[in-house]
Ligand binder design. Structure first.
Ligand code: ADP
Ligand code: MG
Ligand code: MG
Ligand code: MG
Length: 698
C-alpha cells in the first residue's frame, strides 16, 4: 500500500462522475511514464518482502484471544521508534525497517527499510531481517498483545467478543455487515470509503460462501444459527435470508473478511521492461502452486471450512461488479466481466515468441478506447491490452482535492486503478521522481506463522526467479488452466492430494539440460572458454533465447499434464527437473561457501518437505540405515488438526472461543520455539536461528 493521502473522499454517486476523468488522466500519466522509462536498461536485482501481521490481545481470565484495534497508536509508536533508530542500531546488513498500515485496524505490515540486493549475504539476511521487525513490533506492544503472522483469524465476525475493545455490528455504517463492526476497519477515510463504494457500485453487500467442513456431528443440512437472519437495520439485511447465505456454507458479507487477511508478498526489480514482462509471465503458473504450498487459512467466522486458503474470500470481498457485469441480469450490450478485481492474472504479457497467442485463452474484456490510445502511442498490442484490461475498472476512492493533477509528474490516477486491481502478479512501472525501475510483485502466498518459513519461501521464490531467467525456462500453460489450478489450490489438503496442470518440458528448444545464458552486456563476467566462472551475485539482464529457425510446434494440449505438487517440486520426466531441481542447478552456478549453502539448504528443505508426500524415508547409505526427513504439513492442515483434536471440540466444525484461545497460545509458543511441532517445522527450528553470512570478499 502506498502513502495514504488525507483529504475528502467522494461518495460513490459523486465518484462515478469522475471515473472517465481518472481513467483518461491515468492513461496520460502512464504514457508519460512509458516515454520516460521504456528504454531504461540495466537495473540490478533489488528485491523486498512485505509481511503482514494481526495483533492479538490475550484475556487469560476469560480465555479469549481477540484482535487488538490499536493500529493507530501502535503505528505512531513504531514510527517514533524507527525514527529514532539509525542503521547502526540494527543488526548487521540491515537498514531501519518500515511499518505500514493495512486494511484491518488490527493489522500491520512491515518491509525491510531498503530493498535487498542480489548478494548472498543479503539473501541470507532475510530471516534475521523479518525476525528483527517482529521483535521490534513485539517490544512496543502492550504486555498482553502479540503480533501474529497468521492468515485468517478464526473468530473474526463471530457472535462473541472478538475485538478489543468490543463494538457491535449493528452500527456497521460502511459495510452494513451482519457480523463486522465498522471499527474493524482502518479509520483512515480511504478504507471505509472503499468498503462503502464497493457495496454501492455492486448494488448489494458482497457475498462469500465457503463450504463448511463436514465433521461427524456437523448438523445436516447446516443452517448457520449464528447469522442474525431477522435483523432489519440496513436495507441489505434481508439479503442473507433471501438467498445470499447458502446452506452448508459459511457466509461472509463484508470486505473485512478478505482484506482483513494477512499475506506474504515479494517484489523484484528487473533489468528492463521486457525482462519484467518475461518474469511476470513465468511466475503466473507458479502462483497457484505456491498458494497450495503455503495454505494457512482453514477457519472462518468460528467454523472450519472445507478450504485451506484465503484467496477466494478476498476475491469475493472486493467484488464490486454490478449484477449485469456478473452476468446475472441482461444488459444492453451483454457486457460481462468474468472476475472480481481481486483474482488471478488474466493475460500473459511477454513480447516474446515463447508467449504463444493460444496461451491467452481466457476472456479478457478491455477498454477499446484506451487500447486504441495506447496503440496510437506506439505501445505493442499485448501490453496495450494488459493496461486496457486493468482500466475496465472504475476508480473506487477519489479525493476531491486530487481530482486535478499534473499528469507529467504524478501517477496518482494511474495508481488509483492499478493498485485496486489485485491480481496474483502485479506489473509495476517505475514511479515518477524515483530511482526505482520496472518491477514484478508476486502476491499469491499466505503468510506463515514463523519468520523461518516466510524467509524460506521468499528465498525460494527469488532463487526460482533467477533460475527462470538464467536457464531461460518456459513455464507457459494456457491461462485457463492456471485459473483451474487456482481453484484447486484452495481445496482442503491440495498440497498433498491435489493435482495441478504444469508444463512437461520447461527447457528452451534444443536443450536437454539446464544451461545458463551469458550476460547480455559485454564486460565483467562474460563466459570464458570452458566452465563459466561462478557468479557472486543473483543478477538481472539475461538475454531471452532467440526463436530457433525450426520449432516443432505441436498442439499446446501436449505441452502440459496434471502433476502432484511433489512432482512439480522434485521433477517429472527428463525435461522437467522440478522447481527445486532448477533452483539447485542455479545455486550451483553461484559462488556460495559451504556454510551459506547449508543455510540455503535449510530453506529449500522446508519447501521440499512441504511438497513431498512421504513421511520418513529410510535407505541404506554406506552400509548404515539412514533417514531423510519426510513430509511436513501446511499450516492449514496443522491448524485444522489442532482444532479437531482439541479436548473441547465437539466434532461439529465449530471453532469456539476456547479453542481459538488455545490455538493462538500454541502458535505463539511455536513461533518462540518453546512448543515443538515436528509435523510442521524442522526439528531444529528456533526463532533465533536466523543466520548472517559474512559479506563476500571482494
Ligand atoms: P506495495 O504495498 O505497493 O506492494 P510496499 O512499498 O509495501 O509496496 O513494498 C514494496 C517492496 O518492494 C518492499 O519490500 C521494498 O523493500 C521493495 N522494493 C523497494 N524498492 C525496490 C526496488 N527498486 N526494486 C524491487 N523491490 C523494491
Ligand atoms: Mg499489504
Ligand atoms: Mg505494501
Ligand atoms: Mg504489495
Amino acid at each position: 500500500m502506498g502513502l495514504l493521502y488525507l483529504g475528502t473522499p467522494l461518495t460513490w454517486d459523486e465518484a462515478k462522475q469522475y471515473a472517465d476523468h481518472v481513467r483518461e488522466h491515468g492513461i496520460t500519466q502512464f504514457l508519460y511514464t512509458w516515454d520516460r522509462v521504456k528504454d531504461r536498461w540495466g537495473d540490478e536485482l533489488l528485491w523486498g518482502d512485505e509481511v503482514e501481521y494481526m495483533v492479538v490481545t490475550f484475556d487469560d481470565k476469560e480465555k479469549n484471544a481477540k484482535l487488538s484495534l490499536r493500529q493507530t497508536e501502535i503505528l505512531a509508536k513504531l514510527s517514533q521508534v524507527v525514527g529514532d533508530l539509525t542503521d547502526d542500531d540494527t543488526p548487521a546488513l540491515m537498514t531501519v525497517p518500515t511499518f505500514h498500515p493495512e486494511y484491518g485496524r488490527y493489522m500491520l505490515e512491515s518491509t525491510p527499510g531498503s530493498p535487498y540486493t542480489g548478494s548472498i549475504p543479503d539473501l541470507l539476511s532475510v530471516e534475521t531481517n523479518m525476525h528483527y521487525r517482529r521483535t521490534l513490533a513485539k517490544r512496543h506492544l502492550k504486555a498482553n498483545e502479540i503480533p501474529f503472522t497468521f492468515t485468517s483469524f478464526p473468530r473474526l465476525g463471530t457472535h462473541g467478543i472478538f475485538t478489543e475493545p468490543h463494538f457491535s455490528s449493528d452500527d456497521a455504517k460502511s459495510s452494513h455487515s451482519l457480523f463486522l463492526p465498522d471499527e474493524i476497519t482502518n479509520p483512515h477515510a480511504r478504507f471505509p470509503t472503499l468498503t462503502a463504494n464497493i457495496r454501492s457500485r455492486r448494488g448489494s453487500k458482497v457475498a462469500i460462501n465457503l463450504p463448511i467442513f463436514i465433521d461427524e456431528k456437523t448438523p445436516r443440512p447446516f443452517v448457520d444459527p449464528t447469522i442474525p437472519w431477522q435483523r432489519s437495520i440496513y436495507q441489505e439485511d434481508p439479503e442473507a435470508k433471501n438467498g445470499a447465505a447458502l446452506i452448508d456454507h459459511i457466509y461472509l458479507d463484508a470486505m473485512g473478511f478478505g482484506m482483513g487477511c494477512c499475506c506474504l508478498q515479494l517484489t523484484f526489480q528487473s533489468c528492463n521492461v521486457d525482462e519484467a514482462r518475461r518474469m511476470y509471465d513465468a511466475l503466473i503458473p507458479v502462483g497457484p502452486i505456491m498458494l497450495a504450498l503455503t495454505a494457512a487459512s482453514p477457519a472462518w467466522r468460528g467454523y472450519l471450512a472445507d478450504v485451506d486458503c484465503r484467496w477466494n474470500v478476498i476475491a469475493g470481498s472486493v467484488d464490486d461488479r454490478t449484477p449485469e457485469e456478473r452476468g446475472l441480469r441482461p444488459s444492453k450490450d451483454n457486457y460481462t466481466i468474468p472476475k472480481s478485481r481481486y483474482d488471478s492474472v488474466d493475460l500473459y504479457i511477454a513480447n516474446n515468441w515463447t508467449n504463444k497467442p493460444e496461451y491467452n485463452d481466457a476472456p479478457v474484456p478491455y477498454n477499446k478506447g484506451i487500447f486504441q490510445r495506447l496503440r496510437n502511442h506506439g505501445i505493442d498490442e499485448i501490453l496495450a491490452k494488459h493496461v486496457a484490461h486493468l482500466f475496465i475498472r472504475d476508480p473506487l476512492v477519489i479525493f476531491s482535492e486530487t481530482i486535478n493533477q499534473d499528469d507529467t509528474t504524478s501517477n496518482d490516477h494511474f495508481e488509483n486503478i492499478q493498485s485496486t486491481n489485485w491480481q496474483t502478479l502485479r506489473f509495476k512501472p517505475p514511479p515518477p521522481n524515483s530511482p526505482i525501475g520496472w518491477r514484478v510483485e508476486f502476491r499469491s502466498m499466505e503468510v506463515q506463522m514463523t519468520d523461518f518459513e516466510n524467509a524460506a519461501f521468499a528465498v525460494f521464490i527469488v532463487l526460482l526467479s533467477r533460475a527462470i531467467l538464467a536457464f531461460n525456462l518456459n513455464f507457459y500453460i494456457p491461462i485457463s488452466k492456471v485459473d483451474q489450478n487456482m481453484a484447486r489450490a484452495q481445496k482442503r489438503d491440495a498440497a498433498r492430494s491435489g493435482k495441478f496442470y504444469f508444463r512437461k518440458d520447461v527447457l528452451p528448444p534444443g536443450h536437454d539440460t539446464l544451461t545458463i545464458s551469458p550476460l547480455s552486456c559485454s564486460g565483467s563476467s562474460s563466459p570464458v572458454e570452458g566452465a563459466p566462472a561462478k557468479e557472486k551475485l543473483l543478477r538481472n539482464c539475461f538475454p531471452p533465447v532467440p526463436r530457433p529457425s525450426c520449432v516443432a510446434d505441436g498442439p499446446i494440449e501436449d505441452e502440459y499434464e496434471e502433476m502432484t505438487v511433489e512432482e512439480i517440486f522434485v521433477g517429472k520426466g527428463s525435461k522437467f527437473p522440478g522447481l527445486l531441481g532448477v533452483v539447485e542447478a542455479y545455486i550451483d552456478t553461484l559462488d556460495v561457501d559451504e556454510e551459506d549453502r547449508l543455510q540455503i539448504n535449510k530453506y529449500l528443505d522446508l519447501v521440499r518437505r512441504r511438497a513431498i508426500g512421504t513421511d520418513i524415508i529410510f535407505f541404506l547409505f554406506r552400509c548404515a540405515l539412514t533417514s531423510v526427513l519426510g513430509s511436513l504439513q501446511t499450516p492449514a492442515t496443522w491448524i485444522r488438526n489442532f482444532v479437531r483434536s482439541h479436548p473441547s471440540y465437539n466434532r461439529d466444525s465449530v471453532v469456539s472461543q476456547e479453542i481459538n484461545y488455545d490455538l493462538m497460545v500454541a502458535v505463539d509458543e511455536i513461533e518462540r520455539g518453546v512448543r515443538r511441532v515436528p509435523e510442521l517445522l524442522p526439528e531444529d527450528y528456533t526463532p533465533t536461528n536466523g543466520y548472517h553470512s559474512k559479506p563476500n570478499s571482494p
